[in-house]
Design a protein around this ligand. Structure first.
Ligand SMILES: [Fe+2]
Ligand SMILES: [Fe+2]
Length: 120
């Protein structure tokens, strides 16, 4: 899965980094899934902070809505981190390789795409 480019270098660079982490998670052995989730969680938090700074600086409209979506996504990731060690392998795989990349892809396709139009 490759994230569409939005024409905003910080966003595109960071989204590509996340894509690489998701690709790595899909190749990692099952025992490595918690570590893969940790790496994704850390990068996602750092990405959101950079993206928020950029949008704040540029006074992007409906910023609070975008910030809330980031906070919601980070809360979902926190829940995943809390439960991953107690999940069966199939469910853990599904969560890290399908559900989480899907949530991020959906965020990029909606909130990020809307905000990017004010950053180009
Ligand atoms: Fe983003
Ligand atoms: Fe975003």
């Amino acid at each position: 899965m490759s994230t569409p480019l939005l024409g905003v270098s910080l966003m595109d660079r960071d989204h590509e980094t996340l894509d690489r982490l998701f690709a790595r998670a899909s190749e990692t052995e099952d025992a490595g899934l918690p570590d893969a989730l940790e790496a994704i969680a850390t990068e996602l938090g750092a990405h959101f902070a950079r993206e928020e700074a950029l949008m704040t600086e540029a006074r992007v409209p409906i910023l609070l809505c975008h910030l809330e979506l980031h906070a919601q996504l980070l809360r979902e990731v926190e829940k995943m981190r809390d439960v991953i060690s107690s999940l069966d392998t199939d469910t853990a795989r599904q969560m890290v390789r399908v559900i989480l990349p899907g949530l991020v892809a959906n965020h990029v396709a909606t909130a990020d795409t809307a905000s990017a139009s004010f950053l180009r």
